[in-house]
Design a protein around this ligand. Structure first.
Ligand code: CTP
Length: 414
């Protein structure tokens, strides 16, 4: 049966991307009925939406006191999923507060269907305590909330708050409607010869990137991890049909299609996000987590005191996320760690495997320019021995690793 979504478009510069979203959804055979808020009509016209949806477009001019208009409440019940994209800060606030002061918000309050909100706003509005409180409330209410992308914004600022690409939203809609994902057209050759989606129905958790450990409000401890390998693995898992949670440290990379991204800064935030994402069938910990953080991050910028001596910087050890999962009550069936080594690669990886309670350690030789580079020489170390792969592009390492994950999980019951 045809799946139907009700697409609520609220006002913001990103509203124009809803046209491309509608096109992609229709291409996947999903019927779309659109509702525009008054301010959204300044960015997209009902006419263009009507042409693309091949349906009536509902505006904001209804008087809900009229009985005939109460019927419009049914709009949100006839859909399989309600999608709010873009969801402005104002729209999210109204949703979190249960305010119903126009057709769009009335439909959201009246619906009995799952709701996906896709926020888009200025970086400062996104990070504002009020917005973050509203997001937490919406999640607690069971609303699916996509993470905004990072990048350059229409307002000229750079940071988090951009509407995710229409392909990523369409993939998330398909996932929530339990439709299979098509192979990523950008990925070139199909990855899997036997089945397109060997990880369908599985949850794969991936960590990626560095962590930043604050010293004071303007300084932090970091490392050179680019996040590329972890992002490639998350993308490959999504292409293989898995539900993917990608917990990412601070990196400048777009969210791969079909991946749920949770951005964090510190090791402790990463651990919290990883534990919140459990249970998972497989966890692949690719992040270069900082081993140490400052014992006490200063509230104010540290100043030189004129003595010529640097301020003392006592460090304490961070929690080990991989080792925590290794002995967790909800330990994933397959637990994979990465190890960056410069010497005795396989030997050190074997020790790490045992110490952290992992099933495999993907050991890479970082004596070259692996960090930030595009290829990787890896050895897969398990209790059964060592499998060494030739130097491969990071995308190919990701695809091969996910094939191996799929192979192992297919031998286990759901
Ligand atoms: N890791 C983690 N939490 C940490 C440190 C590391 O989850 N606090 C994970 C990494 O994501 C990776 C693996 O552990 O999967 C190995 O990390 P690595 O830094 O190579 O190992 P260490 O335990 O720090 O050992 P060493 O620095 O002695 O090589």
């Amino acid at each position: 049966m045809t799946k139907r979504i009700l697409l609520i478009i609220s006002g913001g510069i990103a509203a124009y991307k809803s046209l491309e979203l509608v096109r992609l959804l229709r291409k996947r055979g999903i019927a779309v009925r659109a509702v525009l808020t008054e301010s959204a009509e300044k960015f997209v016209t009902p006419l263009s939406l009507g042409v693309l949806t091949e349906d009536h477009v509902y505006g904001d001019m209804f008087d809900l006191k009229e009985e005939r208009e109460i019927g419009h409440i049914q709009l949100s019940r006839q859909a399989d999923l309600v999608v709010v994209a873009p969801a402005t800060a104002n729209m999210l606030a109204k949703m979190a507060g249960g305010i119903a002061d126009n057709l769009a918000t009335t439909l959201l309050l009246a619906t009995d269907k799952p709701v996906l909100a896709v926020p888009a706003m200025n970086i400062r509005m996104w990070h504002h305590a009020a917005t973050q409180r509203n997001i937490a409330q919406l999640k607690a209410d069971g609303i699916h909330v996509m993470e905004p992308d990072s990048g350059e914004m229409a307002c000229g600022e750079f940071g988090k708050g951009r509407l995710p690409e229409p392909q990523a939203i369409a993939a998330e809609v398909a996932r929530l409607l339990a439709l299979p994902l098509p192979a990523d057209p950008l990925a070139g050759q199909p990855d899997f010869e036997t089945a397109d989606t060997p990880l369908a129905g599985r949850h794969v958790l991936v960590t990626a990137g560095p962590t930043h450990e604050p010293i004071d409000p303007v300084r932090y401890i970091a490392n050179r991890s680019s996040g590329k390998q972890g992002f490639a693995i998350a993308a490959a898992a999504a292409r293989a049909g898995a539900r993917v949670t990608l917990v990412a440290g601070p990196v400048h990379l777009p969210t791969p299609t079909g991946v749920n991204r949770v951005d964090v800064e510190t090791a402790r935030e990463m651990l919290g996000a990883v534990e919140a994402a459990l249970p998972a069938d497989a966890a692949i910990m690719v992040a270069a987590v900082a081993d140490w953080r400052t014992a006490d991050a200063a509230d104010q910028k540290l100043k030189k005191d004129g003595s010529g001596k640097p301020a003392p910087l006592p460090l304490v050890e961070n929690p080990d996320i991989l080792a925590t999962l290794g002995k967790h009550a909800k330990r994933p069936a397959l637990l994979v760690g990465f190890a960056a080594e410069t010497q005795k690669v396989a030997e050190h990886a074997q020790a790490k495997l045992a110490r952290k309670g992992a099933d495999w350690i993907v050991a890479n030789d970082v004596s070259g320019d692996v960090m930030g580079g595009d290829s990787n020489s890896v050895h897969i170390v398990s209790r059964d021995g060592v499998e060494s792969w030739e130097n491969l592009p990071k995308d190919a390492v990701a695809t091969r690793l996910i094939e191996k994950v799929a192979h192992v999980l297919s031998a286990r019951p759901d």
